[in-house]
Write a protein that binds this ligand. Structure first.
Ligand code: BTN
Length: 324
C-alpha cells in the first residue's frame, strides 16, 4: 500500500494530493492514509502536508522501493510487482521461495544482502545502499535447455542500460559486466524446472554502484560505477535495465529472436578479437576469440588452430594479462 501511495504522490509531484483522493483511489480510510504517510516520511521521503490541501512529495531518499521503481517505468510486466527489503539474506533465495505464487515479472530488491551469492558458490558483497541487488521472477514458456540464453539477455540489457547512461561498459561473455577492465556487475540465474517444463527462473543481478573499497581477494578485479568516476543514481540504472531487459526477453520468448541481444553483446564485447584463457575444470588453455555466433555461442581458435564453439556456462574466462 505504501508503494501505491508513493506512486500517486510521484505522479502528481508538482501539486498537493488530498487524503480523500488517495483514500478513494486505494479503497482505504483517511486515517489509514495518514498512518501510511507518516511511515513513508519515516523512511526518508520528504512530504509537505498541509491541512485541507493534502500532501506533496518534494524529495525521495536513495531507496529502490516499489513506488519509486514503478513510477514511469516503461514496461509491460517486468517490475509491475516489487517486493522491497531493507535487508535480506539473498534476493535470489527469497525469490525462489515465493516464485510459484508470484506473478511473472515480479522483482525482489533489497538495500542490503547478508548472504548474497555469486556464481560457483562464491560470496557476493552487498553492502547497504551501495549497489543494486535484485532478482526477477520469470515464467517463460520455453524448454529448460533454452533457459541459459536468458543470462545473456540480462548481460546485454545491463550493458545497454549503462551505455544509455553514458557509462562505457562492456560484456565479458557471457555474464560479467566490465568498466575499465574490472567487474562492476554479475548475474546469477537459477532454474526451477521439471525435465521438459520451466516452473520459474530467478534472474539475480548484482551491480556495485557506490562501493569504494573492496575486500582484498577481489580488490584487483572488482569496481563500481562511482569508483570509475560516473555519478549515476541507482534508480536510473535499475529502471533502464528493467526496460531494456523486457524488450530483449520478449523478442526471445515470443519470437525466438536472439538477434538484438547478440548484436549488443558483439558491439559491447570485452573479449572479441582478443586472446583469453579459458578455464574448464582444472584445465587452462590460451585461445583467441573470433566471434559470437547467432546462437550466442563463443567461437574461438584453439591452440591447434582449430575452430571451436563454446556454450555459455561451460567455461570460465580470464584475460591474457588481467581479469579481461
Ligand atoms: C556473479 O557474478 O558471480 C553473480 C553475482 C550475482 C549477485 C546477485 S545480487 C542479487 C542476487 N541475489 C544473490 O544472492 N545473488 C544475486
Amino acid at each position: 500500500m505504501r508503494s501505491e501511495i508513493i506512486k500517486i504522490l510521484l505522479e502528481n509531484r508538482n501539486e498537493f494530493v488530498s487524503g480523500e483522493y488517495i483514500s478513494e483511489k486505494l479503497g482505504i480510510t483517511r486515517s489509514a492514509v495518514s498512518k501510511h504517510i507518516k511511515n513513508i516520511k519515516n523512511q526518508g521521503y520528504e512530504i509537505e502536508s498541509i491541512t485541507r490541501k493534502g500532501h506533496k512529495i518534494v524529495g525521495c531518499p536513495d531507496l529502490l522501493s516499489g513506488g519509486v521503481i514503478k513510477h514511469d517505468l516503461n514496461t509491460r510486466f517486468i517490475g509491475k510487482e516489487v517486493i522491497h527489503f531493507d535487508t535480506i539474506g539473498s534476493t535470489n533465495d527469497y525469490a525462489k521461495k515465493v516464485a510459484l505464487e508470484s506473478s511473472d515479472g515480479t522483482i525482489i530488491v533489497s538495500e542490503e544482502q547478508t548472504s548474497g551469492r555469486g556464481r560457483r558458490g562464491k560470496e557476493w558483497h552487498s553492502i547497504k545502499g551501495d549497489g543494486i541487488w535484485v532478482s526477477i521472477i520469470l515464467k517463460p514458456d520455453i524448454y529448460p535447455h533454452n533457459a541459459p540464453f536468458i543470462t545473456q539477455i540480462a548481460g546485454a540489457s545491463i550493458v545497454k542500460a549503462l551505455r544509455n547512461l553514458k557509462i562505457d561498459a562492456s560484456i565479458k561473455w557471457p555474464n560479467d559486466i566490465i568498466v575499465n577492465n574490472k567487474k562492476v556487475s554479475g548475474i546469477l540465474t537459477e532454474l526451477g524446472a521439471e525435465i521438459d517444463r520451466i516452473n520459474y527462473i530467478v534472474l539475480g543481478m548484482g551491480m556495485n554502484v557506490k562501493t569504494m573499497d573492496f575486500p582484498g581477494d577481489i580488490q584487483n578485479i572488482a569496481t563500481s560505477i562511482f569508483k570509475e568516476g560516473y555519478n549515476v543514481k541507482r534508480i536510473d540504472i535499475l529502471k533502464n535495465i528493467l526496460e531494456e531487459f523486457e524488450k530483449l526477453y520478449l523478442d526471445y520468448i515470443q519470437k525466438n529472436d536472439k538477434s538484438n541481444c547478440i548484436k549488443i553483446c558483439k558491439e559491447s564485447s570485452a573479449i572479441l578479437g582478443k586472446n583469453i584463457y579459458i578455464i574448464n575444470a582444472d584445465k587452462k588453455r590460451k585461445v583467441k576469440c573470433i566471434d559470437l555466433n547467432e546462437e550466442g555461442n563463443l567461437v574461438i581458435i584453439n591452440e591447434d588452430n582449430d575452430i571451436e564453439e563454446l556454450i555459455s556456462g561451460e567455461v570460465s574466462i580470464r584475460g591474457e594479462h588481467n581479469y579481461v
